[in-house]
Structure formats: C-alpha cells, structure tokens
Write a protein that binds this ligand. Structure first.
Ligand code: FES
Length: 114
C-alpha cells in the first residue's frame, strides 16, 4: 500500500508556551519555521550563531534534532566557564528537526529592554 508522503514527511513542532503545533521540515531551521508562522523569537544576528538570542528549550524530541555544530557549541558555551553546555538548550537558527519536537522559546523580542 502506497504511503501518503505529505503525511509521512510532516513532522510537528510544538511550542509548549501556547501549545500550538506547526509543520516542520528537516530542510528549514527551527528559527525560520517559527518566524514563518509568526512566532515571536529574537534573532538579532539573523541566524549566524553569533548573538545567542534565538535560544529555545527542548521539552521533547531531542533525538530528532540535528547535532550541535561547532558554531552553536561555542555560542552556547560562551560565558559558562567550565559548566558545559546548558542542558536542553539549542539555538533555533542552527537546529533542524527530523521528527516531532517540543520547544519553548526562551527569548521574545517584545520583552527585550530597549
Ligand atoms: S539568531 Fe543569532 S544566534 Fe541564532
């Protein structure tokens, strides 16, 4: 029996802060998925792993995420001394989902001080 690729290739990105669910593609970063769907998330450097403002907390599906690359690792470790990577935190601009994931946006541009 043929499988419907539209269904089998659709993965869900759930934002736990409001329970909304979005389709996510492994070819589109979590940041761009959120922005395309109108979710407020800071992204000061435009997705270059420089600013660290696009942090998200992973609440489920971490095994479905792309591995942490060197640029992301450097940014996440910045200012943490020898504490290691913050647990369950990723840069949305550097992270791609290959399956269902649940996240919480940790920065909101509307809440930032001016
Ligand atoms: S947008 Fe700057 S690190 Fe992701």
């Amino acid at each position: 029996m043929a499988r419907d690729k539209r269904v089998t290739n659709t993965n869900c990105l759930t934002t736990v802060q409001d329970g909304r669910v979005y389709s996510v593609s492994p070819a589109i970063s979590i940041l761009n998925t959120l922005l395309r769907n109108g979710v407020a998330i800071s992204h000061v450097c435009g997705g270059k792993a420089v600013c660290g403002t696009c942090r998200v907390k992973i609440f489920g599906g971490a095994e479905n995420l792309s591995p942490i690359g060197e640029a992301e690792r450097v940014r996440l470790m910045s200012g943490r001394g020898d504490k290691g990577l913050p647990e369950g935190v990723r840069l949305a601009c550097q992270t791609y989902a290959r399956g269902d994931v649940k996240i919480k946006v940790l920065s909101n541009p509307q809440k930032r001080k001016k």
